[in-house]
Ligand binder design. Structure first.
Ligand code: ATP
Length: 368
């Protein structure tokens, strides 16, 4: 269905109760997600949680067993991929090696018999967008990985889709280049106003770029929220563990649901979240723990304080990371900004403490 470019919901993607099975395996399980026009949304989760399958159904490479998918307000289930107002960028850029950069970008337009003058104009615009115009005559093999990825982006943008689907597009790049490209992608997306659906298993990538993040687990969405919320108020231990680092304590719940008493610490939150639950887990982020030299190796069980032995120190550049052993089966990761990191040595007895406002409490989730 041709879409009206001026339609207010152009670029909206609605996934409505979609299920996809492969044999007896349910890859996507009754999933619903409503994406706003111009939104940058990430599907984040571990390998096998259904991210790529979801993306491929939006693109039209797979069809759902149940449910509906609407793009720009219209159901697309009957439309083949090339009739959908979307384009996909994959991790493997799949550029044609024998064609120049400009010819690669022009390819799709030529297939559609776009007039030559239009093609020239749109190819240069697309190459400008990704700052690759001066490489127009090169072959892909004469480009770096990052440059090839930019060409793949230009190729996906040249026919101005309402929605761009990106499947781990930066996965093949080294870390520094990946961080540069994250920033570029985000700026580009904001400038173009195109809806981006970005698949990644890299939580840092999702946090840094997305308007909202859908954290997936076993074919479902576990939490859908912006980066601040997902980081500070994860809805489950699964999300808490997947986004950023956490220290978990498991144990019995006491104090009307505010406290988890583990073998290694008494961890108290500021709100009763586990009322009625017999067992729970408490999570504290490494950057929310203060670490100091202790005089004694082991102390009495104090609330929100644990004593242990420093067994590791790593310099991470802007932060120092400490590994503290509380017992044979519980250690703590602590991070402090380098300028105010205490100087401690391996083997030192240390004391770790944190505030109740930094404690997250969850019912025990053995699958997490
Ligand atoms: P990854 O990050 O590893 O790409 P993912 O979250 O994208 O993982 P999917 O590729 O969507 O996960 O796969 C979801 C589940 O469906 C997995 O268990 C996978 O083995 C299964 N699956 C995906 N594609 C097929 C297929 N074509 N045939 C059979 N099973 C499949």
């Amino acid at each position: 269905q041709p879409t009206d470019a001026a339609a207010p919901d152009r670029g909206a993607v609605v996934i409505d109760a979609v299920t996809k099975r492969y044999g007896d395996q349910t890859a996507v399980d009754d999933l619903s997600l409503s994406i706003e026009p111009g939104e940058f949304i990430s599907l984040l989760g571990p390998s096998g949680c259904g991210k790529t399958t979801t993306l491929r159904m939006i693109a039209g490479f797979e069809n759902p067993d149940a449910g509906d998918i609407r793009i720009s307000g219209q159901s697309v289930l009957a439309a083949p991929p090339y009739r959908r107002d979307v384009n996909t960028v994959f991790q493997a850029y799949a550029l044609f090696p024998h064609l120049s950069v400009a010819e690669n970008v022009a390819y799709g337009l030529q297939q559609r018999r776009t007039p030559k003058a239009d093609i020239r104009e749109r190819v240069s615009q697309a190459l400008d967008l990704v700052q690759m115009r001066r490489f127009a005559d090169r072959k892909p093999t004469q480009l770096s990985g990052g440059q090839q990825q930019r060409v793949a982006l230009a190729r996906a943008l040249v026919n101005r889709p309402a929605v761009l689907l990106l499947d781990e597009p930066l996965g093949a790049l080294d870390r520094q280049l990946r961080e540069e490209m994250q920033l570029e992608l985000k700026l580009l997306q904001a400038r173009l106003g195109i809806t981006f659906v970005f698949v990644t298993h890299d939580q840092g990538e999702a946090l840094s770029m997305s308007d909202r993040i859908a954290i997936m687990r076993s074919g479902r969405i576990e939490q859908l929220a912006d980066a601040d919320t997902v980081y500070a108020r994860p809805s489950s231990a699964y999300v808490a563990a997947f986004v950023g680092q956490q220290n978990f304590f498991r144990g019995d719940v006491s104090d009307g649901g505010t406290t988890v008493v583990s073998a290694h610490a008494v961890v108290k939150g500021d709100v009763p979240r586990l009322a009625g639950a017999p067992r729970g887990e408490a999570a504290v982020r490494p950057e929310n723990i203060r670490i100091t030299a202790a005089t004694a190796r082991a102390g009495t069980a104090e609330v929100n304080r644990a004593q242990g032995e420093l067994i590791g120190v790593s310099h991470l550049g802007d932060t120092m990371q400490y590994l503290v052993k509380l017992s044979d089966d519980q250690s703590l990761i602590v991070r402090r900004p380098t300028p105010d990191a205490p100087s401690l040595r391996i083997g030192d007895p240390v004391s770790c403490e944190w505030l109740p406002t930094h404690v997250l409490l969850f019912p025990l989730d053995d699958a997490a």
